[in-house]
Write a protein that binds this ligand. Structure first.
Ligand SMILES: Nc1ncnc2c1ncn2[C@@H]1O[C@H](COP(=O)(O)OP(=O)(O)OP(=O)(O)O)[C@@H](O)[C@H]1O
Ligand SMILES: [Mg+2]
Length: 431
């Protein structure tokens, strides 16, 4: 079951009509999901919301010397501790691309590393291109034989023009400077002619989206869901509390990648934006993000704050609780929109089980689930200021995880949640 991909212009018009908002925005060209030319089937999920509140600026790519191996970069030596000392300030393209933390790859190296971008190396596809599995030598970072050396994920952007380049460069800029255990590690990039590629550490369990919604994968347990929520909250909290605040702007299940132990890391910094400075309360910007995750006030006004990310976090928390997508066009009526559908149940202890993921098989602590649902409700407050900051969200999640441990020794928390048969039918009927 995947999200229907709706052409942006139609999607936007329909949503805003539904909300009854009058939005003073010009429509920009849609960010369309294409195919990589090798797969008949697109693996991407949700469509991006994009509308113009400001004009685009672009810059010419300056070619950099390829294949310089950065002296201080290796996955093994990668520091798990957060690094808040070097934070994004506006930099020229040349400065961004000469980051000592990143390797500039030649296109041919990445072609060899991915076996010529072979379909069987494909890990997934997003709005801006396909992601391939590749192998590089862990010392020299040159292409190595498949199966030997270090595994990497290579994202190859579709040659889609200036917006793609802008986001590609933003990602190189942010991930070249920000390092944290819950942010995906960018190893390097390639800029050659029209080609734009990014090389990341390989996240062997793929995206949270796949684990929550794709059939055939083992359902995530309650404790793994909480682990993912906590790690993702820590990543966002790090960005929001950096010396120069960073607003992530694209928080969603497909951008949360999981390592072998289900440690989550945020990926895709193409939409990240510096937070307001001085006395400013927000930054005014193009509305960009993904439908179903973007905060309503941001979609309506283009005014972006860290609380927009908090809203998106609330949506993902709901996805973790319910196992349902933010937007699911295969459902009818109110159930298409996860926030609208779940809201009436979130604050009601006795009704909460109706929206909980049936794939959990009732194996979750009732109190913890209720605390998480209440937290999601706070994150989804229509009033942005009333949403908790990410530090608070993180604390609450940690409390939930801790109380679950207590619950292990506690019969009432430990026991399976019983879903009354009659009510279960009501729930199934509504599916
Ligand atoms: N570093 C990585 N390691 C392993 N798999 C990855 C990595 N990065 C991406 N992928 C896989 O590739 C898929 C596509 O990622 P991509 O970021 O291009 O698109 P998306 O997040 O689905 O959509 P969007 O373009 O809206 O961000 C992911 O869902 C994931 O399965
Ligand atoms: Mg992504």
């Amino acid at each position: 079951m995947t999200n229907e991909k709706i052409p942006f212009a139609l999607k936007r018009e329909r949503d805003w009509k539904m909300r009854g908002n009058i939005v003073n925005a010009e429509c920009e060209e849609p960010v369309m999901r294409g195919q990589c030319g090798i797969m008949g089937n697109c693996l991407a999920s949700s469509a991006k919301v994009e509308a113009a509140h400001s004009s685009r600026t672009t810059s010419r790519v300056s070619k950099t010397s390829p294949s310089s191996v950065p002296s201080n970069l290796s996955i093994q030596s990668y520091c798990e501790a957060s690094d808040v000392s070097s934070l994004p300030t506006p930099r020229s393209e040349g400065e961004i691309l000469s980051s000592p933390n990143l390797k500039a790859f030649a296109f041919n190296e990445l072609k060899n590393a991915t076996r010529n971008f072979r379909p069987d190396s494909l890990l997934g596809e997003g709005g801006f291109g396909c992601v391939y599995k590749g192998w590089i030598d862990e010392h020299t970072f040159t292409a190595s034989k498949p199966g030997s050396g270090m595994v990497v994920a290579v994202k190859k952007l579709k040659p889609e023009g200036l917006q793609g380049h802008k986001e590609w460069l933003t990602e190189v800029d942010y991930l070249g400077q920000l390092h944290h255990q819950n942010l995906v590690k960018l190893i390097g990039y390639c800029v050659e002619g029209e080609n734009r590629l990014l090389v990341y550490e390989f996240m062997s369990k793929g995206s949270l989206e796949n684990h929550l919604f794709r059939r055939g994968l083992q359902p995530l347990s309650w404790s793994v869901r909480m682990k993912v929520a906590i790690g993702a909250a820590r990543g966002l909290s790090f960005l929001h509390n950096a010396q120069s605040q960073v607003i992530y702007r694209d928080f969603k299940a497909s951008n949360i990648l999981l390592d072998a132990d289900f440690n989550p890391k945020l990926s895709d910094f193409g939409l990240a934006k510096a937070g307001p400075t001085g006395d400013r309360t927000h930054v005014s910007t193009q509305v960009m993000g993904t439908q179903g995750y973007a905060a309503p006030e941001y979609v309506a006004t283009g005014r972006l704050t860290a609380k927009s990310d908090v809203y998106s976090f609330g949506v993902v928390l709901l996805e973790l609780l319910s196992g349902r997508r933010a937007v699911d066009r295969t459902k009818a009526g109110v159930e298409q929109n996860l926030v609208e559908w779940t809201k009436p149940y979130l604050g009601d202890k006795r009704k909460l089980f109706r929206i909980m993921d049936t794939k959990l098989g009732g194996q979750y602590p009732q109190k913890g689930a209720y605390m998480a649902a209440t937290l999601a409700l706070q994150c989804l407050n229509r009033e942005a200021k009333a949403r908790p900051p990410m530090t608070e969200v993180l604390e609450t999640l940690e409390q939930i995880a801790a109380s679950k441990t207590v619950g292990r020794n506690n019969q009432s928390e430990q026991k399976r949640v019983h879903i009354p048969a009659r009510k279960c039918k009501v729930q199934m009927g509504a599916l």
